[in-house]
Design a protein around this ligand. Structure first.
Ligand SMILES: [Zn+2]
Ligand SMILES: [Zn+2]
Length: 770
């Protein structure tokens, strides 16, 4: 036809883009591409992501779509891109149109992101109007998840809605060529949030805070996902005062350092550490400390590592810069920056609550008037076996989805575990693992668990048809799941969930050999599980082996008081008169307390048996003399790793075959403890014993894998469970398995501890339904 000869290849396409494409500069990016190829049409955000309609020559349209994928802005993550042909409309220009709200919300909210280089340049440039402005951000950086109230992601749906833009900011916001085009949280000193200093009048709250910290005070600082408590990292008096007031006895405190040079001064930094430290997520990275690190002893007592992070908001950058400028020469530009709470409470994030709860701890407050909508703790990462091991996946990572290899059959909610709780919502191929919720025993934490689920359902438009939960009837997350008005409920065994989370990450269905090295999890046979050899698929598992049972006199009490486990283990090995042995542990043993426990065990009262590797580590640590009680979860086992000499030969941990073929084999941890006691009698130094324990357990687990390979012909091993936060154990075992022809799967995206449980629960539930 005549019209077509005039414009031979004129076409109109609709391009639907799904993924993290809102609030990350995607529309100005699209606008720029449309200009480059002289296309007309429009782009808009909607609840499904971004919709583009473009008109132009076919060649140009193809280049345009190609560039959408290959040149997308740094924070964008395209999950899906669909192209349809439409009839020509004949637009005259390319425009960005208003957002649309739709019933089905499929958009993704980006995680909070560290200040970008451009914004940093502005806040340090005396001629820039954002010079020293603590809330500077743009489409490439700044707060996201913590300020979002609802979708679509527009300023009106964030906590920035109370800050109308000034003329200049509005102009930037409207200009598709500007870095702040539609940057929802954008602000400047004229129109945006302001800092507030609680201790007297000042026109420079940051300088006042830096001054206070340098003089040994404790300052509460409102950050991105909550309040922190800060003090000088090299001031022992200040750090121990902070510990005392916070009632945090022993657990290491995190540091924020001015820059990587300071980090290098404190710790060894390899390329992986560098990547993690400077990544947009800016987690706390656990690094090997230098013996000369000028840090107060109370920061991380007994630890060879320090938890270090770099500044991630303009406020932190300005504060650390100011601090570096005023401290005496020879002092270090590092501050303790720990969660603003009292011992086990959740981190404070609402201003009134923070001022009440933190008043007894902080000497002063550096706060501001931009509300935090969602509490979000700092993430924690360590490095093991050549990659990152996520200990806590929260700020900077959540709520970015983890992508599955195959779609879930229906929307699923997983309620997670009891301690270190996270929940997860899954739909299609995406699993939204929540930010760190915490220990559900705490009432405010339990409340944020419930509120968090509602918030996620709204943000991602997911109405679950199935709820997955842990089998432990005492878990509050389990009780919550059972009380939910969701018809289909699927209980998932704790360690099956741990292994399934790894399968999900690697896109596998199994079967694999699953090694769960854990503290504790509910076992369907009435014992407490935690050192399990499973043959696992996503849908099912079979327990083919486990660590030989230890006894937990007093149940949960024995977890907090590992001396009980050690004493019970010695009585298992040597009989009731073990306390007559001459080793340091028996010399210190409170015999009256032990007599009571011995009677409990004899009568079978509140003395469950456990196959937990965490408890085996605890018992070993007690016998070595690292302490009698754990002041925080896993303290003694962590200290055992810290002192271990890696070059030691292993203790024996032999396999005991079971009497019948359908019962699991056992790995004899008591044999190991007996060899350990022999070493104690020989006065072998603690570092050597600690090394032999790690080697012994690694070799035992390796033997178990060989045993499983011989019988089932499987060569892939998935490792998970909280004990694998132990980098020494993980690396030893990975090496042993790798050089023996096994393929080893290590969780890298979700924590091996209970923070990753919900991902596994969704995976199992999806496989069972589908
Ligand atoms: Zn920026
Ligand atoms: Zn402004």
């Amino acid at each position: 036809m005549k019209g077509e000869t005039a414009h031979p290849q004129q076409r109109r396409w609709r391009v639907s883009v799904h993924g993290i494409v809102q609030g990350v500069g995607f529309r100005p990016f699209v606008f720029g591409l449309a200009e480059r190829w002289h296309l007309t049409g429009f782009v808009r955000n909607d609840s499904n992501g971004v919709t583009i309609e473009v008109e132009g020559e076919e060649q140009a349209l193809q280049s345009f779509v190609h560039a959408l994928r290959t040149e997308a802005p740094p924070l964008a993550r395209i999950e899906q891109l669909r192209v349809e042909s439409l009839a020509l409309v004949g637009d005259k220009e390319f425009v960005i149109t208003a957002s649309q709200s739709q019933a089905q919300r499929r958009t993704l909210i980006a995680p909070d992101t560290a200040t970008c280089a451009d914004c940093l340049r502005e806040i340090t440039d005396p001629h820039d109007r954002r010079y020293r402005y603590a809330f500077t951000n743009c489409t490439n950086c700044g707060p996201r998840f913590t300020i979002v109230l609802d979708v679509p992601y527009d300023r009106i749906n964030t906590t920035m809605r109370d800050f109308p833009l000034c003329q200049q900011c509005q102009a930037e916001y409207n200009d598709p060529r500007d870095r702040r085009f539609h940057a929802q949280p954008t602000a400047c000193p004229a129109c945006g949030p302001r800092l507030k200093w609680s201790a007297g009048d000042t026109d420079d709250p940051i300088a006042a805070a830096a001054e206070a910290i340098a003089h040994g005070q404790i300052v509460a600082i409102k950050g991105l996902g909550g309040y922190h408590l800060a003090c000088a990292a090299d001031d022992e008096a200040a750090v121990s005062r902070l510990r005392q007031r916070k009632q945090r006895e022993a657990r290491p405190l995190a540091l924020m350092v001015r820059d990587e040079t300071v980090a290098e001064q404190l710790c060894q930094i390899d390329p992986i550490a560098h990547t993690l430290l400077t990544s947009p997520a800016r987690p706390i990275v656990l690094l090997t400390r230098r013996p000369t690190a000028p840090v107060a002893p109370s920061v991380a007592p007994g630890m060879q590592t320090l938890g270090v992070m770099l500044p991630y908001t303009p406020l932190h950058y300005l504060l650390l810069n100011e601090y570096a400028g005023i401290i005496a020469p020879g002092r270090v530009a590092a501050i303790v920056l720990t969660s603003g709470n009292l011992s086990d409470e959740p981190i404070a994030y609402e201003d009134n609550d923070a001022h009440t709860r933190l008043a007894p701890i902080a000497d002063s407050f550096l706060s501001h008037n931009r509300p935090i909508h969602i509490r979000c703790d700092d993430s924690v990462v360590r490095i093991a076996a050549g990659g990152p091991l996520i200990i806590r996946r929260s700020r900077g990572y959540a709520p970015a989805p983890i992508t599955l290899a195959t779609a879930l059959p229906c929307p699923i909610l997983a309620c997670g575990g009891h301690l270190k709780n996270t929940f997860a919502l899954g739909r299609g191929r995406e699993v939204f693992l929540s930010h760190h919720i915490g220990d559900l025993e705490n009432l405010p934490t339990l409340r944020s668990f419930h509120e968090g689920i509602v918030h996620f359902q709204r943000l991602f438009g997911i109405t679950p048809e199935v709820v997955a939960y842990d089998l432990h009837p005492g878990y509050l997350a389990t009780q919550a799941a059972l009380a939910m008005p969701i018809e289909r409920k699927i209980g998932v065994q704790h360690h099956h969930a741990h292994i399934a989370a790894v399968l999900a990450e690697y896109g596998l269905d199994g079967p694999v050999i699953g090694l769960a090295a854990d503290g504790s999890g509910y076992g369907p046979d009435g014992t407490v599980w935690g050192g399990e050899v499973l043959i696992a698929t996503c849908a099912t598992y079979r327990r083919v082996g486990h660590v030989r049972h230890l006894i937990l006199p007093g149940g949960e009490q024995a977890v907090r008081q590992p001396w009980r486990v050690a004493a019970a283990a010695l009585s298992q090995i040597y009989g009731s008169h073990f306390w007559q042995m001459d080793i340091p542990f028996t010399r210190q043993l409170d015999q009256t307390a032990w007599t009571v426990l011995a009677r409990m065990i004899e009568r079978g009262v509140n003395s469950p048996r456990t196959s937990s590797l965490g408890r085996l580590f605890d018992a070993a640590a007690v016998l070595v003399g690292l302490g009698q009680i754990a002041r925080y979860e896993g303290e003694l086992a962590i200290l055992l790793e810290q002192i271990a000499d890696w070059s030691q030969p292993p203790y024996p941990m032999p396999i005991e075959e079971s009497a019948t073929t359908d019962t699991p084999f056992t790995l004899d941890g008591l044999a190991m403890l007996s060899a350990l006691v022999d070493d104690l009698r020989q006065r072998v130094p603690p570092a050597a014993i600690a090394g032999r324990v790690h080697q012994g357990i690694a070799h035992g687990l390796w033997l178990a894998c060989r045993r499983a390979r011989d019988e089932y012909g499987l060569t892939t091993v998935a490792l998970s469970g909280g004990v694998f936060q132990n980098a020494f154990l993980l690396e030893l075992l990975t090496e042993l398995l790798g050089s023996d022809g096994f393929t080893v799967l290590i969780p890298r995206l979700a924590p091996p501890n209970d923070g990753g449980l919900a991902l596994g629960q969704i995976t199992v539930a999806g496989a069972c339904v589908g």
